[in-house]
Design a binder for this molecule. Structure first.
Ligand code: UDP
Length: 328
C-alpha cells in the first residue's frame, strides 16, 4: 500500500489515479486546505487530516501495511513564500520532519519527495543538471532544499531510501479530462492565461519584461502533470526493489525546452483561437529569469521520457477548464 500525502492536490491527485490504474492500493491524507476531495480517485482510501498531526500518522502507519510514502503535501507558491516565509518553513519543513520521523519509527523506509527547480536559484546555464550547486533565492526553494538535505543525513543514520523529484513547471491535465488544475486563488501562468481567455479577468499580467532573456520575460520549462506522475511511478518501482544499502537520489523532471511568458501566452492564443489582452506589470519577487532542465539523469536511471508537447499541455488544461469553468 502506498501512502500519498497531499493526494487531493493538483499533482498528487494525478499520481493517485495513475497508481490506482496500475493496481496499487493507495491511501491519501490531505487536510483539503488547497486540495479537492472530488479530485481523489474513488479507489483510494481518503483520510481528512494534517500530516503535522503525529497522531494521525500513528493511526495510519499502525492500521495499514504502508510500503512507501509519496509526500506532496506542501505549499508551493514562490511569491507567497517571499511574503510568508514562516508558513513555508512550517508547512514544508516541519511537516516533512514529522512524517520522516514517523516512517522511521514504523520502519517504513521508501520515500518519494516533491521537490522543485526553485532549489537551483538563478543558474547561469542553458540546461540545469542536478550537479549544479543549489542556491535557492526564495523560501519555497529553500524549504524544499532543507528537506532534501535532511533526507541525505537520514540515509546515513538509518536504512532509508528516497528519491527527490525536482519538478520544473507542472502544466496540463489528465488526457481523459477527469482531473484538472484548480487553485484558489490561481497564480500560475497557464491557468491564469486560460482564465483570462475564458473572460474571467480583464487582462493577463506579465510580471516583468526587462529580464535578460530574448523577449525580456522569464523562461520556464513546462512539463505535463502526467509526465510528472510517470516519474513518480518509475521512482517508486525502483525504490521498491531497494533492499539494504540506503539510496538517496535527486532527479530533475523537466522537458528540456524553455518558453518565455510571452511565448506561453501566444501558444494559449493559438490553442484556444482566442486573443489575450496583455498588461506588463512589475517583476514578481523571487522569480529567476531562466529555468530549463537537463533530464538526462532521470532518463538514464529510470528510463523516464517526457511525452507531451506544450500544445498538449495547454490543450488538456483548456479541455478541463472548458468543461469545468468553476473548477471542481
Ligand atoms: N507569471 C506571469 N503572470 C502570471 C503568472 C505567472 O507573468 O499571471 C510568470 C511568473 O512571474 C514566472 C512564470 O510566469 O516568470 C511562471 O510562473 P508560475 O507562477 O506559473 O510558476 P513558477 O515558475 O513560479 O513556479
Amino acid at each position: 500500500m502506498i501512502l500519498v500525502t497531499g493526494g487531493a492536490g493538483y499533482i498528487g491527485s494525478h499520481v493517485v489515479k495513475d497508481l490506482a490504474d496500475r493496481g496499487y492500493s493507495v491511501i491519501v491524507i490531505d487536510n483539503l486546505s488547497t486540495g479537492h476531495l472530488k479530485a481523489v480517485d474513488q479507489r483510494a482510501i481518503f483520510i481528512h487530516g494534517d500530516v503535522r498531526d503525529s497522531k494521525n500518522l500513528d493511526n495510519i502507519f499502525s492500521s495499514f501495511p504502508i510500503e512507501a510514502v509519496m509526500h506532496f503535501a506542501a505549499n508551493c507558491l514562490v511569491g507567497e513564500s517571499v511574503r510568508s516565509p514562516l508558513k513555508y518553513y512550517q508547512n514544508n519543513v516541519e511537516t516533512s520532519l514529522t512524517l520522516i520521523q514517523k516512517m522511521i519509527d514504523f520502519h517504513i523506509n521508501k520515500f518519494i519527495f516533491s521537490s522543485t527547480c526553485a532549489t537551483y536559484g538563478v543558474p547561469n546555464c542553458t540546461f540545469i543538471h542536478e550537479t549544479l550547486p543549489a542556491n535557492p533565492i526564495n523560501p519555497y526553494g529553500k524549504s524544499k532544499l532543507f528537506v532534501e538535505s535532511i533526507l541525505q543525513d537520514v540515509s546515513k543514520s538509518d536504512p532509508f531510501h528516497s528519491v527527490s523529484l525536482r519538478y520544473f513547471n507542472a502544466a496540463g491535465c489528465n488526457e481523459k479530462g477527469v482531473l484538472g488544475e484548480d487553485h484558489k486563488p490561481e497564480t500560475h501562468l497557464i491557468p491564469n492565461v486560460l482564465n483570462h481567455l475564458q473572460g474571467k479577468t480583464k487582462c493577463i499580467e506579465v510580471f516583468g519584461n526587462d529580464y535578460d532573456t530574448p523577449d525580456g520575460t522569464c523562461i520556464r520549462d513546462y512539463i505535463h502533470v502526467s509526465d510528472i506522475s510517470l516519474a513518480h511511478i518509475l521512482a517508486l518501482e525502483s525504490l521498491l526493489k531497494c533492499s539494504n544499502h540506503s539510496l538517496t537520489e535527486v532527479f530533475n523532471v523537466g522537458n528540456t525546452r524553455g518558453f518565455s511568458v510571452l511565448e506561453i501566452i501566444h501558444k494559449c492564443e493559438e490553442v484556444t483561437g482566442l486573443k489575450a489582452t496583455i498588461k506588463i506589470s512589475p517583476r514578481r519577487q523571487g522569480d529567476p529569469p531562466h529555468l530549463v532542465a537537463s533530464s538526462k539523469k532521470i532518463q538514464e536511471f529510470l528510463g523516464w521520457m517526457p511525452r507531451f508537447s506544450i500544445e498538449e499541455m495547454i490543450q488538456t488544461a483548456w479541455n478541463w477548464k472548458y468543461k469545468n469553468p468553476d473548477g471542481y
